[in-house]
Design a protein around this ligand. Structure first.
Ligand SMILES: [Ca+2]
Ligand SMILES: [Ca+2]
Ligand SMILES: [Ca+2]
Ligand SMILES: [Ca+2]
Length: 339
């Protein structure tokens, strides 16, 4: 069995490379030399996803095969609106232009669960048990700054069952224990075999010191070892597509950034997170009108810059779950849908 000579085969492949990519399957005929048997060979050719064999450029940048063929063949429909940038990001919306980068054809990193930091949250006194934060806006301070939770157990009697310690400051005795008194701070050192439950000059750890107030959002930034106790509103957002699916999700994400910009530009935006005041503070996500990164995306992606526009980024990630159309039958990338 022969398939013609190798050189002719290679030339034929080169000449039909483009149509192979677009059609995926082509019937090649060997050269019918005298005395040879003519055979029909069905060939599938795939392109290296991240290579530049397509030979095309855009603004002087060599195009990766995935971008060129998936756009040219309408394999990822949104790509027609995107430029390519040779950078290690998924996508970018900048200066009115949509870009896909070198991560777009790879693996998406979602879904990821994020927790609302401020809606119906509270602030706790932390390990030192002392309120180190002062409530602002309409937040309600239920334990005064510098104090702890009043009248909590500071010292117990120990194994002899007898309280050997005399209370100091505003601490006082309550049924064979010493309690922290009105200031909520332990002012007494245990004597004998008495047990020091709360360290001297501290309060009961992790006491609630500030409530969110009428607007339902914690507006105060916790200080020192104080911390926010979330109200528990969580969402799992983003998507996990690979190849053309990841690319389509990336496009949906960046187009959402663009749509939000186009729809909302010029509207009042107190916290400058590119989500206008009119869109914050409401169901289902309850973004804080005064915090730009309600779900702490920066905490998951340190150094990302999401601290300044995490709420806008959150909505772009939500959009990844609703990408526009792809055509998997025309994905002839290596390791792609037809591999
Ligand atoms: Ca504290
Ligand atoms: Ca509040
Ligand atoms: Ca805002
Ligand atoms: Ca916000």
């Amino acid at each position: 069995m022969r398939y013609g000579n190798q050189l002719a085969f290679e030339r034929k492949i080169q000449g039909t490379f483009m149509s192979l990519i677009l059609m995926g399957v082509l019937f090649l005929f060997s050269n019918a030399n005298a005395g040879e048997v003519t055979k029909t060979v069905k060939v599938k050719l795939f392109f290296p996803r991240d290579g530049t064999e397509n030979g095309q450029t855009q603004n002087g940048t060599q195009l990766r095969n995935w971008y060129y063929f998936w756009k040219d063949g309408n394999v990822v429909s949104d790509l027609r609106e995107f430029n390519y940038r040779n950078a290690n990001f998924y996508g970018l919306y900048s200066g009115g232009v949509l870009y896909v980068g070198n991560a777009a054809p790879k693996d998406n990193d979602g879904p990821i669960e994020f927790t609302n930091q401020y809606y119906k949250s509270k602030i706790s006194s932390g390990a030192n048990g002392i309120a180190n934060s002062v409530a602002i806006v309409d937040d309600i301070q239920i334990i005064s700054f510098g104090k702890g939770k009043p009248d909590t157990t500071a010292i117990t009697a120990g194994s002899n069952g007898i309280l050997d310690t005399t209370p100091s400051g505003d601490d006082r005795i309550n049924s064979n224990t010493i309690i922290t008194g009105a200031n909520g701070i332990c002012n007494t050192i245990a004597l004998g075999d008495d047990v020091q439950i709360i360290s001297i000059n501290r309060g009961e750890p992790n006491s609630i010191i500030i409530l969110p107030g009428p607007n339902d959002f914690i507006d105060t930034d916790p200080n020192n070892d104080d911390s926010i106790i979330s109200g528990g509103l969580k969402f799992s957002i983003g998507a996990n597509g690979k190849g053309i699916d990841c690319c389509a999700e990336t496009c949906a994400h960046e187009k959402k950034h663009k749509a939000m910009h186009d729809d909302w530009q010029g509207q009042p935006d107190w916290d400058l997170d590119d989500v206008p005041d009119s869109e914050e503070g409401k169901a289902p996500y309850y973004f804080s009108p005064r915090k730009p990164d309600t779900y702490n995306l920066e905490g998951f992606y340190p150094g990302s810059g999401y601290s300044s526009y995490g709420d806008n980024e959150f909505l772009a990630r939500v959009a990844e779950s609703s990408p526009n159309s792809t055509n998997p039958t025309k994905d002839w990338s290596e390791h792609g849908k037809n591999w």
